[in-house]
Design a protein around this ligand. Structure first.
Ligand code: CU
Length: 148
């Protein structure tokens, strides 16, 4: 009877130690994983937006404004160049206000290979979109931010 008890106790003790070891290893690998995760996230830190000035070009290609988001100094001339085989336009209105509010500016149709430009004089945030059929729903929207 006693030998049976002893053999019963020993595996229990071992199992506890093994469990403790496994927990310790698990915790260590979890911490290591977190440390790796943190260091790999660091290079994605974004700085303040680049402020462009003088003459700036935005291409219209692939039914997109490229770049879609720009920040410019007031007095900057922005030229929109149509690189697509489709007609585009540049209408200064927020998507939610389309058809309700008067656009701030409207380029009218810009034919393939043609361009249109505007000088931005007033600081502010100007959402733009292309009103050609299906274009803004395809993602042809952008924002011009004008700073002092
Ligand atoms: Cu378009």
């Amino acid at each position: 009877m006693e030998t049976i008890k002893a053999t019963k106790r020993t595996p229990t003790k071992l199992t506890r130690q093994a469990t403790a070891l496994l927990l310790a290893f698990g915790l260590l690998s979890l911490l290591a994983g977190l440390a790796v995760g943190c260091s790999s996230r660091q290079p994605q830190t974004e700085g303040p937006p680049q402020v462009l000035s003088g003459e700036v070009t935005v291409e219209m290609r692939g039914i997109r404004y490229v770049p879609a988001e720009i920040t410019v100094r007031k007095g900057t001339r922005i030229t929109f160049v149509n690189k697509d085989g489709l007609v585009h336009d540049v209408v200064q209105v927020a998507l939610k206000d389309l058809g309700k509010a008067e656009p701030g500016f409207n380029s009218g149709p810009i034919q393939p290979g043609e361009s249109w430009s505007i000088v931005m004089e007033e600081p502010g945030t100007y959402p733009i979109l292309c009103t050609q059929m299906g274009h803004y729903t395809a993602g042809m929207v952008g924002t011009i931010t004008v700073v002092e």
